[in-house]
Write a protein that binds this ligand. Structure first.
Ligand code: VGL
Ligand code: ZN
Length: 217
């Protein structure tokens, strides 16, 4: 199947940062394998609107297991009434692991959304933070930016397929966009989540699309 991109389609590249690659602080399974395809997609100039997100935490962030004495990475705690997975320290602001992947040509990028900067709240989606103490999910402003540019359809790729990519695609449909997850240009933190991720996408009307299906209008 091929998919003709309209001028109202946007690409969102989620958290393609060394800390999410093999050898990084919070490595995704085969995370580095998305890099050549994303670089090619950027160079192709197929999308009229291109956004990247960058996980960007202060030292001592609440999502770090190291901020919770006696807790280990990948344990879950209750935080503001929601389940919070505790992660290894990752994407600390200004560190090499938090940079956008240095081998990708980012020239075609229109906007960069940094997220996770609130020390007390995690932020998976590019659109809004996770639940905070007030029970709300503050916006990053991305939905407004896209709506004002006339974007109707979103293609999400990057890392991690089971966390920030998934949450970004879910918010996209909730906020009124058609959404695709570019499956071959994403990889999970936890490989055995793929079947559950596919079921969630199907149930929420998010298309599973391969980069090779994309054609320019
Ligand atoms: C992510 C866990 C914690 C991601 C970010 O980019 O998927 N996962 N922070
Ligand atoms: Zn994070």
């Amino acid at each position: 199947m091929s998919h003709i991109l309209s001028p109202h389609a946007a690409l969102i590249i989620v958290d393609v940062q060394p800390d999410f690659m093999p050898g990084g602080a919070l490595a995704c399974h085969e995370g580095d394998t998305v890099v050549p395809g994303i670089d090619q997609l950027l160079r192709s100039r197929m999308f009229r609107h291109v956004v990247a997100t960058q996980d960007w935490h202060p030292h001592g962030h609440i999502s770090f297991a190291s901020s919770h004495p006696g807790r280990a990475p990948f344990e879950q705690i209750d935080l503001y009434g929601q389940r919070q997975t505790l992660w290894p320290d990752h994407c600390v602001q200004g560190t090499a692991g938090a940079a956008l992947d240095p081998t990708i040509d980012w020239s075609a990028l229109d906007a960069l959304i940094r997220k996770g900067g609130d020390p007390g709240v995690d932020s998976y989606s590019g659109f809004r933070e996770n639940h905070g103490p007030a029970g709300t999910r503050p916006s990053t402003g991305l939905a407004g930016w896209l709506h004002e540019r006339g974007v109707e359809e979103i293609f999400v790729c990057g890392l991690a397929r089971d966390v920030c990519v998934l949450w970004t695609a879910q918010d996209a449909v909730e906020l009124g966009f058609r959404a695709h997850l570019l499956w071959d240009l994403s990889r999970p933190v936890t490989p055995d989540t793929d079947a559950a991720t596919r079921a969630t996408l199907l149930a929420q009307g998010i298309a599973i699309t391969e980069a090779s299906e994309l054609r320019r209008d």
